[in-house]
Ligand binder design. Structure first.
Ligand SMILES: Cc1cc2nc3c(=O)[nH]c(=O)nc-3n(C[C@H](O)[C@H](O)[C@H](O)COP(=O)(O)OP(=O)(O)OC[C@H]3O[C@@H](n4cnc5c(N)ncnc54)[C@H](O)[C@@H]3O)c2cc1C
Length: 411
């Protein structure tokens, strides 16, 4: 079944429908029963700015139910009990889920394990001695992880990271600061990238190793939660590692070759972003289409004015282009092509198009478009944020231009 699902000609509509049915059956009742908790930021976040304990408990319930239903770990390797699904599946399920639920609903997002917080290919790189403990906890949804690569002085240029790991006895001692790490305040395990060979790192041939750090290890601390868009809480953090000691078995993958795993993960994240953005943009266009078809001004429905309808048409064109290029890129990746230029184009285009779609949808709905009730603002924040997270639009253009200069002008 997996081989068929991973083939370049695969169609994931049954999987998307299955997830939609799961959301309606298991997640919506939880949302309905906890509306005040989920919608009141003063209850949803604790005093330090992370998610509050009752919200984290709801997240865990959704993860565990989804794992039992077979959805949560679908991108983890088959040998660990996942389904090992590929890029087209990743795009399709996130497009389907985001289209179904729209922005600002954190519970449905827990249904699919995200590579920075849940089961992914990275678990296949974890030492076999940790399979029955760490890996099983993450696969079942009982525990989550986080992904610590960026630092205060190393964002786009992640090679310039300064967190260091030194081999001592049968283990490693880590020192450094990580910034932006999503979910670190709630994760049981942190994937941490650190320099292990300075010369290789300087030459950019390697020298960075990935470590699995239990977040209760002495010396690991979440120093603060970063708040975005004036929210009272958030999911991104600044964490520090002070003489954090972990055994050799906590090296993930190959010594000095951790950067390649980060790139694989970030590539994964770019296809996830594309699915999320296309699905949310579709949701927004449907909402705006409905509203502008009933709202009247100067004796006509506003959709009858070209100034309004052309904004919807422009959005439709961009959604179609976003979806078509994403599916093409995903099929290339599933065929084993690197598709570097294409993936960078997909990440930049879909995130920027999603932002424009939300902006237009807010505009054509007038004052109502700005209300919490219509939920466009939440999607607009998300779209603004993903133009930076997982690689900025400028860095995507830099990468595309590098491919062109190397002679890749194939389309
Ligand atoms: C919401 C959110 C969640 C995140 N989650 C994580 C996470 O879980 N784990 C993690 O490790 N990181 C995470 N990040 C970090 C993210 O990957 C970085 O923010 C991103 O790579 C950009 O780095 P920076 O913010 O330091 O910007 P900088 O690198 O300081 O860039 C600043 C500006 O300079 C531009 N710029 C930089 N280099 C070039 C260039 N060569 N050419 C042209 N322009 C350039 C950028 O495009 C940008 O406009 C997250 C970020 C956000 C916003």
């Amino acid at each position: 079944m997996t081989a068929m699902l991973n083939s370049a000609a695969a169609d994931y509509s049954d999987l998307v429908e299955g997830i939609a049915a799961f959301v309606k059956r298991k997640v919506v009742p939880l949302e309905d029963a906890n509306r005040e908790l989920l919608e009141n930021p003063r209850l949803a976040y604790d005093e330090k700015g992370g998610y509050s304990a009752p919200v984290l408990d709801l997240f865990r319930q959704v993860r565990e139910a989804s794992a039992e239903a077979g959805y949560y770990a679908m991108f983890a390797p088959e040998e660990l009990g996942g389904a090992g699904l590929g890029a087209l599946a990743l795009f399709s399920v996130w497009e389907g889920l985001s289209h179904l639920v729209g922005p600002g609903r954190p519970l449905p997002d827990q249904v699919i394990g995200h590579w920075t917080s849940g089961p992914s290919f990275l678990l296949g790189e974890v030492d076999p001695s940790l399979h029955d403990s760490v890996v099983q906890e993450v696969m079942s949804g009982a525990a989550t992880v986080c992904f610590g690569m960026s630092e205060p002085d190393a964002g786009s240029d992640a090679w310039s990271m300064s967190t260091r790991a030194v081999h001592v006895g049968d283990g490693w001692v880590l020192n450094g600061t990580k910034q932006w790490t999503s979910n670190a305040a709630h994760a049981k395990y942190a994937f941490i990238w650190a320099v292990t060979d300075e010369e290789m790192r300087r030459e950019r041939t390697g020298g960075i190793t990935l470590f699995l750090v239990p977040t209760d290890t002495p010396g690991f601390a979440v120093d603060s939660v970063l708040r975005l868009f004036e929210h009272v809480g958030g999911n991104e953090t600044i964490s520090s590692l002070t003489d954090v000691y972990i055994p050799d078995t906590h090296v993930v993958g190959t010594l000095h070759q951790g950067f390649a795993l980060a790139l694989q993960g970030v590539s994964n994240g770019r296809m996830y972003n594309a699915g999320h953005c296309v699905g949310m943009a579709r949701w927004a266009l449907e909402e705006a289409n409905r509203y502008t078809g009933v709202r009247t001004a100067f004796g006509k429905t506003i959709a009858d004015y070209q100034g309004v309808s052309f904004q919807l048409a422009d959005s439709a064109m961009e959604i179609y282009a976003s979806k078509t290029m994403s599916v093409d890129c995903a099929r290339r990746l599933d065929r084993g092509e690197q598709a570097r230029k294409e993936l960078n184009m997909v990440k930049a285009y879909t995130t920027e198009a999603c932002f424009r779609v939300f902006d237009r949808c807010m505009q054509v709905c007038g004052g109502m478009g700005l209300t919490n009730e219509m939920r466009f603002v939440s999607g607009w924040h998300f779209a603004r944020m993903v133009r930076i997270a997982d690689g900025t639009g400028e860095v995507m253009r830099r990468n595309i231009a590098n491919s062109l200069r190397k002679g890749d002008l194939a389309f």
